[in-house]
Design a protein around this ligand. Structure first.
Ligand code: GDP
Ligand code: MG
Length: 192
């Protein structure tokens, strides 16, 4: 199934000069860039991207709590409190300097991008992933510094999230259709 997904190279990735390195990883993995721009996000776009959605706030908080507890750290906040705090921190982070926004397309692109990006906490992310290779950050380090985990990338979590998020950053006209030269080989039919 060909899917589209949203990738943001967050301000830390842009400031660290990792834009080219990050984009080349997606391109080499056969993902097609169908939209791209640099955006200095304001509070409006930040608030629409990190929407005040109860299910999302809870999922962020539950994942954080589970990871912290697995590492033997007691967590006092409820998942909802964690989600709300992290959302406030993300709004400042994503508006602090420019972000590079991309839409990439390919077979099972949502999952493929998440695999290339790696887990939320770079400290736990596998080597070979973008987060695992380029950031030392963790829940512990970021929480003790009162900021979100600086993990370089945002990547949509599932196709529904991708469809919603693409509309936050791009108009339909900004999504381009073209053919990559390797598509015939990658997606070829039997007998060809
Ligand atoms: P992602 O889909 O892997 O980016 O992770 P989430 O959607 O769960 O969280 C969104 C972003 O919030 C993450 O990429 C981190 O930058 C940040 N974040 C999530 N959980 C925490 C947390 O417990 N503490 C801090 N400081 N930041 C967090
Ligand atoms: Mg997410």
């Amino acid at each position: 199934m060909i899917e589209k997904t949203l990738v943001l190279i967050k301000p830390d990735g842009v400031q660290r000069g990792l834009v080219g390195e990050i984009i080349s990883r997606f391109e080499r993995a056969t993902l097609k860039i169908i939209a791209m721009k640099m955006v200095y996000a304001d509070k409006d776009i930040a608030g629409r991207h990190y929407a005040d959605d109860e299910a999302w706030l809870l999922s962020v908080g539950e994942k954080a709590k589970k990871s912290q507890e697995a590492d033997g750290h007691a967590v006092k906040e409820t998942p909802m409190q964690i989600g709300q705090r992290v959302r406030r921190q993300l709004m400042d982070y994503i508006t602090m300097s420019p972000t590079v926004a991309l839409v990439v397309e390919g077979h099972a692109a949502v999952r493929l991008v998440r695999k290339i990006v790696g887990g939320t906490s770079p400290h736990h992310a596998e080597p070979g992933t973008i987060r695992g290779d380029y950031s030392p950050d963790s829940y512990q380090l970021s929480d003790s510094s009162g900021r979100p985990i600086q993990n370089l990338i945002h990547a949509s979590g599932d196709p529904t999230e991708a469809a919603r998020e693409i509309k936050v950053w791009f108009t339909d006209k900004e999504l381009h259709a073209y053919k990559r030269v390797d598509e015939d080989l990658i997606y070829r039919m039997g007998g060809q």
